[in-house]
Design a protein around this ligand. Structure first.
Ligand code: AMP
Length: 398
């Protein structure tokens, strides 16, 4: 059993760093998507069920100069209370006297929400004094905010040093994220296929380089594939291309060859005469795209080849769509890949989908429950797979 599940919170005040950075309606400040709040509920509920109390701290939005109405966490009180089925106390400052008094008065089963951490510049600066003040509010520190685990902020990392080893831990959401990511990166059963898509090579170089050390196969799709075709002397029409990354693309292909990692590029593409939902479309080999046309999705042949590779895999990591899946005409490739990943998962593979747009695609196509794990932490997940040490994880583990 996990450290969190094993811990009995009876009579303790748990200070939980959650990621309640939810989108709010600009006019009414109503929550437009509560996924992040719902994701933290199991952690909160376990603590309350044990007979503990909960102090929730989070950031919201990007406040620049101190407190501002539109980024106040008070907009979340009502909905959070409804989801938890209990009243929620609110402190209109995260470290002031009111927060101290309200935290001290908390009784078992009660919940206190603190005002936005980023109303203080010290939060993002990782200020020790600020972190220490926060730490005084609770007996146990629980980090359940994987989305900010790659930041060395006061509440996500620095604060952990003010708690002894048995009084700091990941919450259930963070435990799920960390153990799934570790399983893929360090305990992957082979063949291990990484599917990397999206717009830009430059955003994904580090992740590809790290995966060259671990994966058996790397599938490269999306706009970034065309830089690879051009680097090999192909004609790509007006497809997306980063001319300053042609050498990088060549190096990646060379390294893969040396290491015996199979790189799969989409042999054919769905091409369009403009970047628009109502564009004229056709298909072409990805290295002979006519002038004036651009590749906006992988083609039929590529779908088949990629699906075969995916279906023989035991571990799958997917980051980034295969095409402009937001437009109907160019979503077929991403859908095919989602189907293949779901089928491989059903046959026993472990599949992890991470990164904003692939998660959106999997949700859009209704495959969320058909893959092993969908990560909520876009940037954090990417940095983890780049091989970086995430401060939020290190702070708990050290
Ligand atoms: P990223 O955030 O780098 O994962 O990129 C995701 C974006 O890449 C999505 O909005 C897609 O529409 C876009 N994309 C995928 N394939 C292509 C393509 N062939 N050409 C242009 N944009 C693409």
């Amino acid at each position: 059993m996990s450290k969190f599940a094993n811990h009995n919170f009876a009579g303790q005040k748990a200070l939980i760093r959650v990621d309640f950075n939810v989108p709010l309606d600009k006019q009414t400040q109503a929550i437009t998507d509560d996924t992040r709040i719902k994701a933290a509920l199991p952690t909160i509920k376990k603590i309350l069920a044990d007979g503990g109390s909960v102090i929730l701290m989070s950031h919201l939005g990007r406040p620049k100069e101190g407190p501002e109405e539109k980024s106040s966490l008070k907009h979340l009180i009502k909905h959070l209370g409804e989801l938890l089925g209990t009243g929620v106390e609110f402190a209109d400052d995260c470290i002031g006297q009111q927060a101290v008094d309200k935290a001290a008065a908390l009784q078992p089963g009660q919940v206190l929400l603190l005002e936005n951490l980023r109303f203080y510049k010290q939060e993002e600066k990782g200020d020790e004094g600020f972190a220490e003040k926060l730490s005084k509010l609770g007996d146990v520190y629980v980090n359940d905010a994987f989305g900010t685990a790659h930041r060395a902020h006061a509440s996500t990392a620095v604060i952990a040093k003010f708690f002894p080893g048995d009084k700091k831990m990941f919450g259930l959401l963070m435990e799920g994220e960390v153990s799934s990511a570790e399983k893929v990166l360090h305990g992957s059963e082979k063949p291990f296929t990484a599917i990397i898509g999206g717009a830009k090579v430059s955003d994904k170089i580090l992740i590809i380089e790290n995966l060259l050390e671990r994966a058996t196969d790397i599938i490269i799709g999306g706009g970034m594939a065309y830089t690879f075709f051009k680097a090999q002397g192909g004609k790509i029409g007006s497809s997306l291309c980063e001319d300053d990354r042609l050498e990088t693309a060549k190096e990646i292909l060379k390294k893969a060859d040396e290491k015996g990692v199979c790189i799969h590029l989409p042999g054919d593409s769905i091409i369009a005469d403009k970047f628009a939902a109502d564009a004229e479309t056709s298909s072409a080999l990805s290295n002979t795209i006519p002038d004036g046309w651009m590749g906006l999705d992988i083609g039929m042949m590529a779908c088949e080849t990629f699906a075969k590779v995916i279906k023989k895999s035991k571990t799958i990591l997917w980051n980034g769509p295969m095409g402009v899946f937001e437009m109907d005409k160019f979503q077929h490739g991403t859908k095919c890949i989602a189907t293949a990943v779901a089928e491989a998962t059903q046959d026993g593979a472990f599949s992890l989908v991470g990164g904003g747009d692939s998660v959106a695609a999997v949700n859009q196509f209704g495959y969320t429950d058909k893959v092993s794990y969908v990560s909520t932490g876009g940037g954090a997940m990417l940095e983890y797979f780049e091989g970086k040490v995430l401060p939020g994880i290190a702070a708990i583990n050290e």
